[in-house]
Ligand binder design. Structure first.
Ligand code: F6R
Length: 242
């Protein structure tokens, strides 16, 4: 894994945005895997800023989001549909029918998982997958113990993840207890992975990722087996991990 160390969150986000823009500009067709959460917000803001300044086109870009809560309507401010619209899709010229996010409201969740995975294959898989890191090592919503070969599936969120995400909701009780997530198998099939890690609360997790053993109890550890991963970590996240 290549590690880029940055002085702060802004620099991490700028480098991430520049890598994404480079891949978008240098390909005639590209499929991006996208993450939500706090970590990539500034990266998306830089992409939006670039669009205003340079009109980098997204007409040839297809996106698949990692995950979505089960039970939240698309227009709920805490849904990842809303998040993506707010932070990126409404800010660039990406055709809406080229953006895919799991549907957490469908009655047949198992069929949704299968169709989502098939759709990723129809677009020849993910070229560049953006990831954040959970404090317990989760990637997507793949919690500790998730089999490494699993594809898109339904998960019950752990207490730690529910508590971490409660900051976006009014109370812990309002955080949905389940989500649909691309699996670790889906993520590992991406051709390139960009993992963003920011803040001291991620320091321990990053240390474990860099120096621990590969273990299903720490999902991100499998990234050590992928041949094209770049970690961009800010100083707070990476300090004392040498
Ligand atoms: C979000 C996702 C999650 C987050 C992780 C870190 O789509 O898949 O794995 O990347 O929970 O979240 P933040 O960035 O809020 O610390």
């Amino acid at each position: 894994m290549k590690v880029i160390r940055t002085t702060n969150h802004q620099e991490m986000s700028k480098i991430a945005a520049n890598i994404i823009l480079d891949r978008i500009k240098s390909s005639s067709h590209i499929t991006l895997g996208l993450a939500t959460g706090g970590t990539p917000i500034q990266t998306y803001a830089y992409l939006a800023e670039d669009y205003l300044e340079n009109q980098t086109s997204y007409q040839h870009v297809v996106t698949f989001n990692l995950d979505e809560y089960i039970g939240l309507p698309k227009d709920d401010p805490n849904s990842y549909h809303y998040y993506m619209h707010q932070h990126l899709f409404s800010k660039v010229n990406i055709p809406r029918d080229q953006t895919f996010i799991p549907n957490g409201l469908t009655e047949d969740l198992a069929a949704e998982c299968e169709t989502y995975e098939q759709k990723i294959q129809q677009y020849n898989g993910i070229d560049l997958q953006l990831l954040g890191l959970g404090k317990n090592g989760h990637i997507g919503f793949n919690e500790p113990g998730t089999p490494f070969d699993q594809h898109t599936h339904i998960v019950s969120l752990t207490r730690s993840t529910i508590q971490a995400n409660a900051r976006f909701f009014g109370t812990v009780e309002e955080v949905p207890k389940q989500a649909i997530t691309m699996g670790i198998g889906s993520i590992m099939e991406s051709k390139e992975i960009l993992l963003l890690v920011s803040g001291k609360e991620k320091n321990q997790a990053l240390n474990k990722l860099l120096h621990g053993r590969i273990d299903e109890q720490f999902p991100a550890s499998i990234l050590n087996n992928h041949e094209n991963v770049t970690i961009i970590a800010d100083e707070d996240a990476i300090m004392n991990t040498d």
